[in-house]
Design a binder for this molecule. Structure first.
Ligand code: C5P
Length: 232
């Protein structure tokens, strides 16, 4: 899989997401299904969207004991997800178990991506509540290294971190980056943002874009604009 724009389908129901996808006609953008849609519509929504011809990043951010994560990952792999994810803070043992769980009998598997530190976690909260005294960038880099050592494919990170993560973990190690906004668009609640063109320059492999597309007057045009700027 090469560089791509992944649309975050943060919708509350199956009806809402199908209504959105109908606008795309024969175009089949890469989609992200997160907790809201998955919990509302159930696992069948993954199969249904796959059957319509889309690739799916199933963003459920697993975090549990290794054996539980391994079993759950097998279920997500059987649904046909193309990318699944988990929290790197679950440790390397949990991440290794996840890779075992997603690997299908024929040897194929979805890409497995780790969340390092959520972008909503500040360095202050990390220090005062989680008792992690390292800086935020050092923590993100260490978690990215653990992710690579556990045999995973990459991390979710701020687009602004994609460059240093590639420097540390190699060009092949994938960076999936949310927090993308058009230069002339609404920022919303995102803080550390960048444009699709800048994300390309820094070296993101995939950008995850939600509201700038889902809430656009013309979502298909907004998606095409993202692809033009990011993929070129
Ligand atoms: O609407 P917006 O473009 O902000 O959506 C970004 C998507 O990426 C949302 O689904 C959000 O949950 C997700 N995300 C994020 N920041 C992270 C991890 C995931 O914005 N650090």
């Amino acid at each position: 899989m090469g560089k791509d724009v992944i649309i975050a389908c943060d919708f509350p129901s199956r009806a809402d997401v199908m209504n959105f996808l109908d606008k795309f006609g024969d175009e089949k953008p890469f989609l992200k299904i997160g907790m809201e849609l998955y919990y509302a519509a159930g696992p069948e929504i993954v199969k249904e969207i796959k059957a319509r011809g889309h690739k799916v990043f199933l963003d459920l951010k697993l975090h549990d004991i290794p054996n539980t994560v391994k079993s759950a990952m097998k279920v997500l792999s059987d649904l046909g997800a193309d990318i699944v994810n988990l929290h790197a803070s679950g440790t390397k043992a949990m991440m290794e178990a996840a890779v075992e769980g997603v690997t299908r009998p024929d040897g194929t598997r979805p890409l497995v991506i780790a969340v390092t530190q959520l972008t909503s976690t500040s360095e202050e909260r990390m220090r005062d509540e989680l008792l992690i005294s390292e800086t935020l960038p050092n923590t993100v880099l260490k978690y990215a290294e653990n992710t690579k050592e556990a045999g995973l494919d990459g991390v979710v990170c701020s687009p602004l971190e994609a460059g240093i993560i590639h420097d540390r973990c190699g060009a092949e190690f994938l960076t999936i980056t949310p927090g993308v906004r058009f230069a002339d668009g609404d920022v919303g609640d995102q803080v550390r943002i960048t444009t699709p063109a800048k994300a390309k320059e820094i070296g993101s492999d995939y950008i995850v874009v939600g509201r700038p597309i889902t809430r656009a007057e013309d979502p298909v045009a907004a998606w095409r604009r993202c692809c033009d700027e990011f993929i070129g």
